[in-house]
Design a protein around this ligand. Structure first.
Ligand code: URA
Length: 194
């Protein structure tokens, strides 16, 4: 088995054991997508309607923005890994509940342990606050920080606004573009510490 097949296998196994209540409401699980050897993992919140229908993360309007932001720093979706805290669509795109996030967390940890990224990028407050409940996205976006977390194989984290936030608040698009621009240099900096 190659790494992509192994990661697919791992996710299929996680989907079987995942006890999240959303499982019975969603069309299907939305697996993480991208390179199994990625240096960067982007973690969003939960699948939306399009993701639920097609089984791929970030392929709706927020996904289009994410793809453009990646391209702006010369990265393709295939070079990074994109996933969500919650693997099943919450009804009517409501915020995922604490229990739903907790029930999907073993799956996320398994993906991260397999990929061993150098950097984890949180897309939005749900993703950030799942790991760091005390942080405010408006205070910390675009700022690399280090921390040791149980079951998480990197110490390097970068919180960013969720791409969808720039649909409702146009001024956040420029902030996202500037924050994304920092990623290549941050990766180089992290590589020097490894
Ligand atoms: N928003 C998310 O957080 N994840 C997706 O997959 C799509 C939209």
């Amino acid at each position: 088995m190659n790494t992509a097949e192994e990661l697919f296998h791992l996710q299929t196994a996680q989907a079987e054991i995942c006890q999240c209540d959303l499982k019975t409401l969603a069309t299907q699980a939305v697996f993480g997508h991208g390179s199994a050897n990625a240096d960067i993992v982007f973690i969003g919140e939960a699948p939306g309607a399009k993701e639920d229908k097609e089984g791929k993360p970030f392929i709706g309007s927020a996904g289009k923005i994410l793809t453009e932001l990646l391209e702006s720093i010369k990265l393709s979706r295939e070079q990074v890994y994109i996933t969500n805290i919650v693997k099943y669509r919450p009804p009517n795109n409501r915020d995922p509940l604490l229990k739903e996030k907790a029930d999907c967390s073993a799956w996320l940890s398994a993906e991260l342990s397999y990929i061993q990224p150098k950097l984890i990028v949180f897309l939005g407050r749900h993703s950030l606050n799942h790991f760091f409940p005390e942080m405010k996205i408006s205070d910390v976006h675009g700022q690399l920080f280090t921390a040791d977390l149980p079951h998480i194989p990197t110490r390097h984290f970068l919180p960013l606004y969720h791409p969808a936030s720039s649909i409702y608040n146009r001024s956040l698009r420029a902030v996202l573009v500037e924050d994304f621009k920092k990623i290549p240099a941050l990766l180089k900096k992290i590589a020097r510490t490894l």
